[in-house]
Design a protein around this ligand. Structure first.
Ligand code: IDP
Ligand code: MG
Length: 148
């Protein structure tokens, strides 16, 4: 079963949207395999967003991710990476379609509430960055035959 790393960034926590956003993933049928709230260090934020180093928005992005608490989670399910990206919507909240998390709750490009891994390979790297192996919990959902 595919796994993906999701971050509810400091704006989502400050705006008390954690429950609302988690509900969408749960309703879709994804299983929560790990969940915690953390104050990301600068080192962690830099590793997480290493691909964006050198871009004009990089420093501001690191400041944003280290500005408050972040909820980190691992979601698991069929096509979890693509399913989560679709539920999130495109990066710019102003352009993200209605019905998506960013489309419904974000207006900003930077403060767009949520991160989701963009490939299964990056998901594995990001999960290892944010979680220790023993922080992931395995269980068989009782409705697995219905949800697939
Ligand atoms: P993604 O989160 O949709 O995958 P990326 O292009 O990987 O988008 O960018 C990572 C994060 O950097 C975005 O979620 C957003 O917070 C921020 N970001 C991306 N592009 C810009 C920009 O042009 N200005 C300010 N912040 C940006
Ligand atoms: Mg990205």
């Amino acid at each position: 079963m595919q796994q993906t790393l999701i971050l509810l960034k400091p704006d989502a926590v400050q705006r008390r949207l954690v429950g609302t956003i988690l509900q969408r993933f749960e309703q879709k049928g994804l299983r929560i395999a790990a969940l915690k709230i953390v104050n990301a260090s600068r080192e962690l934020a830099e590793q997480h967003y290493a691909v964006h180093k050198g871009k004009p928005f990089y420093e501001s992005l690191i400041s944003f991710l280290t500005s408050g608490a972040t909820v980190a989670l691992v979601l698991e399910g069929r096509e979890a990476v693509a399913v989560c990206r679709n539920l999130m919507g495109t990066t710019d909240g102003a352009k993200a379609p209605p019905g998506t998390i960013r489309g419904d709750f974000a207006l900003s490009v930077q403060n767009n509430l949520i991160h989701g891994s963009d490939s299964p390979e990056n998901a594995a790297l990001e999960i290892a960055l944010w979680f220790k192996p023993n922080e992931l919990v395995s269980f068989a959902p009782v409705d697995a035959n219905w949800i697939g």
